[in-house]
Design a protein around this ligand. Sequence first.
Ligand SMILES: Nc1nc2c(ncn2[C@@H]2O[C@H](COP(=O)(O)OP(=O)(O)OP(=O)(O)O)[C@@H](O)[C@H]2O)c(=O)[nH]1
Ligand SMILES: [Mg+2]
Length: 334
Amino acid sequence: MSFRREKYVEFGGPNGGDGGKGGDIIIESIVGLNTLVDYRYSRHFKAKKGQHGMGKNMTGAGGDDIILKVPVGTQVFDVDNDFMIADLAAPGERLVIAKGGGGGLGNTSFKSSTNQAPRRTTPGEPGEEMWLFLRLKLMADAGLVGLPNAGKSTFLSAVSRATPKIADYPFTTIHPQLGVVGVGENEFVLADIPGLIEGASEGIGLGTRFLGHIERCGVILHLIDGTSEDVVADYETVRTELAAYGGGLIEKDTIIGLNKIDSLTDDEREEKLTALRDAAARPVFPLSGVSGDGVRPVLSALWDVVKEDINRRQAIEHPELEGSASRSDEWSPI
Ligand SMILES: Nc1nc2c(ncn2[C@@H]2O[C@H](COP(=O)(O)OP(=O)(O)OP(=O)(O)O)[C@@H](O)[C@H]2O)c(=O)[nH]1
Ligand SMILES: [Mg+2]
């Protein structure tokens, strides 16, 4: 509240300006961040309050906003109600998640013909406050699935610079890993997730909680351990769990690879390939992540699908770039 006070001005009238608005809290997806680890240690964010209104009808400055930067692929849930507030699937998506309160009104705002010297003001409004739950869905172009020990992590380390842990016991991989696979001038992101076992969809083993990471992949690479007694049963087990999980995984384009052929005789290899082909009713790629045999054709097949997917997404997001993900004949050395 303020009044104009000047010599020779008898009735100066009110001149108290309004208060500034509080800062907003904004969440924004940016390229180059891969985890939400920053929010593990720092969990409270409070935007600045607006400044007070002042005499001479000066409105207070608004408080600065706070921008919470999160990786592309972050989903924002309301902790209390458990509903999704935002799905930041593309870079540069921004959303105001908590609005700063409006500034209070100075007494000038209450001036009227009947009240020329109002002493009335209003306090600022409180800002919004909330708890959020952030969940990151990795954005991979292609995803690896298979039973534990199928050689998924070995494959990822063979085709990218990723260095996942590899060992001859099940559930070596307990967190999803991403690797960038170079394809001539192009590249795509391949995700390695923990192995699935029978009953995974009911929570057995590590369950299916990592399958969410491949829901957005354009293509799945399903690896089967060639040294297994029954490759068809292994194949069916994983397919059953994918189907039980839902999320469109079972309908996704899938490349099937019979892995570890370096440990098979020619006869064993042919026999297992034929059996798998018959069961899956589609081509099966023989390969070895250890020796590198057959890896290139698998990458080619993956890229062909990924490229289509990228082109489709670009056509939606950036129509001017349509068709720019070209076919690659040059593969980076493995
Ligand atoms: N002979 C042979 N062994 C392989 C090949 N690929 C992987 N292995 C071996 O198989 C075992 C399991 O390999 P991983 O790459 O850890 O298997 P994974 O599918 O990632 O297993 P989980 O993370 O437990 O699901 C390790 O002992 C690897 O050395 C291959 O092409 N040939
Ligand atoms: Mg692994």
